[in-house]
Design a protein around this ligand. Structure first.
Ligand SMILES: NC(=O)C1=CN([C@@H]2O[C@H](COP(=O)(O)OP(=O)(O)OC[C@H]3O[C@@H](n4cnc5c(N)ncnc54)[C@H](O)[C@@H]3O)[C@@H](O)[C@H]2O)C=CC1
Ligand SMILES: CCCCCC(=O)CC\C=C/C=C/C=C/[C@@H](O)[C@@H](O)CCCC(=O)O
Length: 249
């Protein structure tokens, strides 16, 4: 389905980013895997074993370092000959380091979007998917700065739809509920008991389910500026805004 397409995934060493990288490779894409984790190399080696070493580029990088992020975007395009898909996924969820949250969870998404616009070819139908959170739609008292930056990811994605469309690119966003990853488990642990029990009652999503939602945003060429919610009781569902209703009248 994505044969010959080139993707860059940030936060690819684990969790949602790893699940998304695997699904992209299974679908025939080549993947530039970006992460600051020391486990990135072993992850890429394993993916190379399974999908072919020529289809994966291991690109260590701290996405909050603007120049380093720009370099891995350029390297992905250089190594594979183009850049068609960008998944701005890397993120942290720790209010003790709230300034770092702003840099990792929002600044890197903005930078990644602009770098993608510079490198994507206007006639190849590029697509950017930004990973926000349910906290990007519903403020969470235990994560005020996390909520703020994730709201920013949603707003930035929606605000950029016309700007990217001028370059033949689409930009979309996914907002997951709790997902069974390192961050998700830590976030759950940090909740007051009653709230944690509520989350467990609602259910925890699998990273592979979010990867499928991201794939939908990549392959559905009708979607630009779309906000896709992912929760255990409704599955994948597009957020509706009044301009969507107007356009449907
Ligand atoms: N797990 C969950 O419950 C939810 C997660 N999300 C979002 O999904 C995205 C992925 O999170 P998960 O896979 O759950 O977390 P995770 O912690 O399992 O994976 C995040 C990956 O990003 C990498 N990373 C973190 N900071 C980085 C930096 N400065 N530079 C490069 N790589 C960096 C980590 O090394 C890790 O491999 C994040 O943006 C998160 O906010 C959204 C909603 C729910
Ligand atoms: C600080 C670390 C957070 C861990 C990673 C996440 O982002 C987990 C998800 C964060 C927030 C969840 C918010 C839940 C809100 C509920 O009150 C409910 O109203 C959600 C409604 C579901 C929907 O709108 O689809």
């Amino acid at each position: 389905m994505l044969s010959g397409r080139v993707a860059l995934v940030t936060g690819a060493a684990g969790g949602i980013g790893l699940a998304t990288s695997r699904l992209l490779l299974q679908s025939g894409a080549m993947v530039g895997a970006v992460d600051k984790s020391s486990s990135l190399k072993s992850t890429c080696d394993a993916l190379g074993e399974e999908f072919g070493t020529s289809n994966i580029a291991c690109l260590p990088c701290d996405v909050s370092d603007d120049d380093a992020l720009k370099n891995v975007f350029k390297e992905t395009s250089r190594q594979f000959g183009s850049l068609d898909i960008v998944i701005n996924n890397a993120g942290i969820g720790d209010e003790r380091y709230w300034k770092k949250q702003i840099k990792v969870n929002l600044q890197s998404v903005i930078n990644g979007t602009y770098y993608a616009m510079e490198l994507m070819s206007p006639d190849k139908g590029g697509v950017i998917v930004n990973v926000s959170s349910m906290a990007g739609l519903h403020p969470v008292s235990t994560g005020p700065v996390y909520s703020a930056v994730k709201h920013g990811v949603v707003a930035f994605t929606r605000a950029m739809k016309e700007n990217v469309a001028e370059k033949g690119i689409r930009i979309n966003c996914i907002c997951p509920y709790f997902v069974d990853t390192t961050m998700g488990r830590a976030g759950l642990k940090a909740l007051p008991e009653a709230e944690a029990n509520e989350v467990l009652k609602n259910g925890i999503l699998k990273p592979e389910f979010i990867a499928k939602g991201i794939m939908d945003l990549i392959t559905d060429t009708s979607r630009n500026g779309a906000i896709l919610r992912a929760n255990p009781w409704q599955g994948l569902m597009y957020q509706r805004y009044k301009e969507d209703m107007k356009s449907k009248l």
